[in-house]
Design a protein around this ligand. Structure first.
Ligand code: KE4
Length: 430
């Protein structure tokens, strides 16, 4: 495949944009080589700047659950464009999407729209601190909640689990208020809360972790988080920016039957445009300005264009059978991949839930902990990633990211992907 235009664009981009990208994961750092520049998407397909075409399993990192340029989303945007781009004032669409979100996610009694997942998680944590009048928060190693200062921490040493800054520019004063526990470590959570529970404002967790590849909660893990938060008066925040409307219509909380106090959303609810949201128990949300004393604001919050796209998407995914079909296509994909890896004698396993999946070059039968993710064969992933790219399949350019399928991924796309995978696994086996 010819990538001259992407390469020339990347050279120019690095002159004007740090690292040549507007978000680090796009730079192909962990897979090597220069990043691709794309110019169009249609259904399950992407076209890059050299007119190469790929079946897309990134889907703009989750939002495009209907595929690129879904006709209903485009129609809704076109209609709104005739009326204007935004007014800096309330619109009927904002009420409609708020009502729709509250109907689809019963734990959300009130919701505030923002313009990114980071803004949603940052605001939810400020709200939890304001509501509980406590400062300390708990997160889990391997979970990512956006580039919120206090959450850019790596697991501290020792039992105190105090967070160490994981980025320059983050004051230690911020991260020492963040405790980092191990995902799926039920006993560790119980021990920590037995000692510190009454100091904790909130737990923030990805109910299905999609930023350490794809790791599902083990039975009892989410239930334990619910128990310790209820017992100690801490707020349980499910960060469903990625899993919301992705793993099921009611999100991960609907799949696992565990009710958080607050939920953060993003990606799918914007239909591909900039939207985030946080919402939950009305007695907590009431503390958000202007009804309460926890300040939060945003110029483009509730943008009519983003709301129009989000509403069209939410209405489409609410149709009966949508997730049955999405999940069965994803299952076909991961089952076929495992079969081809086995045929090539390549150690490989997968996780999958709804329209989200994880690929692991690991001999483990099941990957459920951060340590297992870290032990995967990075070299095999890199070889696989580039072989798939050369065969017209675009996977997330990092072995720590989840994959996403859309309603536009039909049997043809799955079959073409599996043919490419057969060649890619062979490239590893040699
Ligand atoms: P944004 O601020 O990027 O919209 O959302 C942050 C965020 C919050 N919570 C979860 C669970 C998330 O997955 C994210 C962002 N996800 C990444 C993909 N792993 C976005 C891709 C990127 O950083 O470019």
């Amino acid at each position: 495949m010819n990538h001259d235009n992407s390469r020339n664009l990347f050279d120019l981009a690095r002159k004007y944009i740090p690292g040549g990208v507007n978000s680090p994961v796009r730079a192909f750092k962990s897979v090597g080589g220069d990043p691709l520049f794309f110019k169009a998407g249609e259904g399950a397909w992407l076209t890059d700047s050299d007119d190469n075409r790929y079946i897309d399993y990134v889907g703009a990192w989750g939002p495009l659950i209907l595929g690129h340029r879904n006709e209903k989303v485009i129609a809704a945007l076109t209609e709104q464009l005739e009326k204007g781009l935004g007014y800096g004032a309330s619109t009927e669409g904002e009420v409609e999407i708020a009502q729709k979100i509250c109907e689809l996610v019963p734990s959300i009694e009130q919701v505030r729209l923002v313009t990114s997942g980071t803004e949603a998680t940052m605001s939810a944590i400020r709200l939890a601190r304001g509501f509980t009048k406590r400062d300390k928060v708990v997160k889990f190693e391997g979970c990512y909640h956006g580039h919120v200062d206090g959450l850019l921490v790596k697991a501290g040493s020792g039992a105190l689990t105090l967070g160490e800054p994981d980025s320059l520019g983050v004051p230690k004063a911020y991260t020492k208020l963040t405790h980092v526990l191990s995902y799926n470590d039920i006993d560790g959570v119980k021990e920590f809360f037995a000692e510190h529970g009454d100091e904790i404002a909130c737990i923030i967790v990805e109910p299905v972790a999609g930023n350490m590849n794809f790791v599902a909660p083990v039975p009892g893990f989410l239930e334990t988080l619910r128990e310790v938060c209820s017992k100690h008066g801490a707020v349980l925040i499910f960060d469903e920016v990625m899993t919301g409307f992705r793993v099921g219509l009611g999100g991960a909380q609907g799949v696992y039957g565990v009710t958080p106090d607050l939920t953060t959303l993003g990606k799918v609810i914007g239909g591909g445009l900039p939207v985030g949201a946080f919402g939950g128990r009305k007695d907590i949300m009431q503390h958000i300005a202007p009804s309460g004393a926890v300040y939060q604001a945003g110029t483009l919050s509730g943008s009519p264009l983003a709301v129009a796209a989000g509403l069209a998407m939410l209405n489409s995914i609410s149709e009966p059978g949508f997730y049955d079909k999405l999940g069965s296509q994803a299952e076909k994909l991961v089952t076929g991949l495992k079969e081809r890896a086995a045929a090539a004698n390549v150690p490989f396993t997968t996780n999958q839930l709804g329209g989200m999946f994880g690929l692991f070059f690991s001999g483990e039968s099941q990957v459920s902990h951060f340590e297992q993710v870290m032990a995967c064969n990075a070299e095999h992933f890199r070889t696989f990633f580039h072989a798939m790219l050369d065969n017209g399949v675009y996977l997330a350019p990092s072995s720590f990211e989840a994959g996403f399928i859309s309603a536009a991924h039909g049997d043809t796309e799955i079959a073409t992907t599996l043919d490419a995978a057969e060649r890619a696994f062979a490239a590893i086996a040699t």
